[in-house]
Design a protein around this ligand. Structure first.
Ligand code: PLP
Ligand code: COI
Length: 351
C-alpha cells in the first residue's frame, strides 16, 4: 500500500479540550472507483479535494458515511470497536444509494494502516478516542440525474472528546411532532448524507428552544418514537429496557446492538418494539419511566435528563444519569478501552 507522509505535521490540539470533530489529523486514506472496480487505497497527507462544480455529489447527494472509533488501551495497545460492522453497514448504505460495494477486508487492512500512521493522534484520557470517518461520494462530472460510474472513498480521522458540549451531563431532548426525518421505504436505515440534511431543521428548532437534539417520530402517524439526530434511543420503563424496533426508517446502530447484547447478557429484561410517544408520556406520568438514554459512536451512552413534547416539559427520574445508563456506559467504554474483558469478540487489536 502506498503511503506518502506529510512533511509538515500539524501542532496537536489540547487533548483536554477536544470537543467533537474539530481537529483533523495529518493523513487520510483515499481510494477511487472507476471502470467497474476500486483502485488501490493510498494514504496521503490530509488536504483538500479538487471538486468540479458539476460533480454529481454537489447536486444530488449520492453520498454515504460511517463513524467508528480507535482507542489506546492503558497498556499502549491500539484497538478498534466492531469495525467490520461499520463496513457491512456502509455496504448496505451503498446498495440503497446505488453505489458500489467495498471489499471489506481490503478496506479494513487499509484503515488499520492509517490508524497506525496516526497513532500519536489517539488521545488516551477518559472519554476520548480517535474518531474515524469513512465516506464515499459520487465523483462523476455530469448534471443528469442518474447514479454515477465514478466514486471516491476516503477515511479521515480526528481526536475527539464528548459529542455534546456539556460532556456526560444529561441531555435535553425535544420531541419533534411536525418535521420528519425519514419514512419506511426511504433512506432512514442508510447512513446517507441526505438524512442529516433533512434532520437539521429539527435540530435547529430544538437548539433555539434550549434542547440538545430532536427526537424523531414516525413519518406516517407521528406517533411512534424513532431515534435522535445522532443516536438511537432507549427507555427504562419499570424493570424493562425498551428501544424502538428497527423499522426500516431508523439507523441500525452498532452501539444500540452492543447495548442490547450487554443488557441481555447481564440478565436485564429488554424489548425491541414499537413505542408510542403517548406510552412514553403515560409512563412518565405514572412514575414508571426511570431512565432514558441515547446510544451512538459519537454520543457513546448519553443520559437524557429532560424531554419536551407539545410544550410540556418532563424531567426523567431525578434528571441525573440512571443506574442502567451508568452500567452501560461503564461496561461499553470499559470493553472499548480494554479495562473490561471483551467476551463478545468486538475489540480488534491492531497493535
Ligand atoms: N442514529 C443516527 C441517525 C446516527 O447518526 C447514529 C450514529 O452513527 C446512530 C443512530 C448510532 O449508530 P452507531 O451506534 O452505529 O454509531
Ligand atoms: C456517529 O456517531 O459516528 C455519527 O455518525 C453521528 C454523527 C456525528 C453524525
Amino acid at each position: 500500500m502506498k503511503i506518502t507522509l506529510t512533511k509538515t505535521k500539524k501542532v496537536k490540539p489540547d487533548y483536554g479540550k477536544l470537543g467533537f470533530g474539530k481537529y483533523m489529523s495529518d493523513h487520510m486514506l483515499v481510494m477511487d472507483y472507476a471502470d467497474g472496480a476500486w483502485g488501490d487505497a493510498e494514504i496521503i497527507p490530509y488536504g483538500d479535494f479538487n471538486i468540479d462544480p458539476a460533480t454529481q455529489i454537489l447536486h444530488y447527494g449520492q453520498g454515504i458515511f460511517e463513524g467508528l472509533k480507535a482507542y489506546k488501551t492503558h497498556d499502549g495497545k491500539i484497538t478498534l470497536f466492531r469495525p467490520r460492522d461499520n463496513f457491512i453497514r456502509m455496504n448496505n448504505s451503498a446498495n440503497r444509494l446505488c453505489m458500489p460495494a467495498l471489499d471489506i477486508d481490503k478496506v479494513l487492512d487499509a484503515l488499520y494502516e492509517l490508524v497506525k500512521v496516526e497513532e500519536d493522534w489517539i488521545p488516551t484520557a477518559e472519554g476520548t478516542s480517535l474518531y474515524i470517518r469513512p465516506a464515499m461520494y459520487c465523483s462523476n462530472v455530469f448534471l443528469g440525474v442518474k447514479s454515477g460510474t465514478k466514486y471516491r472513498f476516503f477515511i479521515a480521522v480526528c481526536p475527539v472528546g464528548a459529542y455534546y458540549e456539556n460532556g456526560l451531563a444529561p441531555t435535553k431532548i425535544f420531541i419533534e411532532d411536525f418535521y420528519t426525518r425519514s419514512s419506511i421505504g426511504g433512506t432512514g436505515e442508510a447512513k446517507c448524507i441526505g438524512n442529516y440534511a433533512a434532520s437539521l431543521i429539527g435540530q435547529e428548532k430544538a437548539h433555539k428552544l434550549g434542547y440538545d437534539q430532536a427526537l424523531w417520530l414516525d413519518a406516517k402517524d407521528k406517533k411512534y418514537i424513532e431515534e435522535v439526530g445522532a443516536m438511537n434511543i432507549f427507555f427504562v420503563i419499570g424493570d424493562t429496557v425498551v428501544t424502538p424496533a428497527l423499522s426500516g426508517s431508523i439507523l441500525p446502530g452498532i452501539t444500540r446492538d452492543s447495548a442490547l447484547k450487554v443488557l441481555k447478557k447481564n440478565g436485564y429484561k429488554v424489548e425491541e418494539r414499537k413505542i408510542s410517544v403517548d406510552e412514553l408520556v403515560a409512563a412518565q406520568n405514572s412514575g414508571e419511566l426511570r431512565e432514558m438514554f441515547g446510544t451512538g459512536t459519537a454520543a457513546v451512552i448519553s443520559p437524557v435528563g429532560e424531554f419536551t413534547y407539545k410544550d410540556e416539559k418532563y424531567t426523567v427520574g431525578n434528571g441525573q444519569m440512571g443506574k442502567i445508563t451508568g452500567f452501560l456506559y461503564d461496561t461499553i467504554t470499559g470493553i472499548q478501552k480494554g479495562k473490561i474483558e471483551d467476551t463478545f469478540g468486538w475489540v480488534i487489536k491492531i497493535k
